[in-house]
Design a binder for this molecule. Sequence first.
Ligand code: AMP
Length: 190
Amino acid sequence: MKLILFGPPGSGKGTQASLLAKKINVPHLSTGDILRLKLNDKDELANELSKIMSSGNLVPDSILNPIVAEKLLSSDCKNGFILDGYPRNKSQSNFLIDFLQKNKIDLDHIIDFKADTETIKNRIIQRSKIENRSDDNLEVIKTRLEKYFAETQPLAGFFRDNFEGKFFEINAMQEISKIQSEIENRLKNA
Ligand code: AMP
């Protein structure tokens, strides 16, 4: 199964992606996690990434697009993948659509996680107590949400219009187990 999960930071898509990836046995490709791993290299690229990520801004497409392309072509993704956190702007979306077409990869579903800003902020503050992420503080959350609403959310409309029958929304303000079962039911009945 080949899925894209959309949703603001803190909407719980990472948690759901990871639960679902285990259940259907496909890799969970979180671009945030992939980039955070790169920070451990402590090289020049890691320095550049660290500055961008801790400010809440988006990493350049020129860095991210090849990383995603390489992952999607790897044998791990042969039977599917769950993309979490990508695409995040129009140019990434154009790149991805073109890449999928060229490589004859068909998406099965695009899931849009809906949550209001207050819920998101509260969740990120809670997460900051557990995960120690440099971008989980109120100042940076503001930038990340601005980026999301300006650049990422409009993509959902594009996917809704162009992937009819494959796009669905989930109320992401519910309990984790409730969201999980709703997603599983939607996928089963699709
Ligand atoms: P996330 O864990 O998905 O919230 O991502 C953490 C940070 O990684 C983001 O705030 C961005 O700086 C960077 N990032 C993750 N995915 C992308 C993407 N698709 N495009 C640009 N930057 C990204």
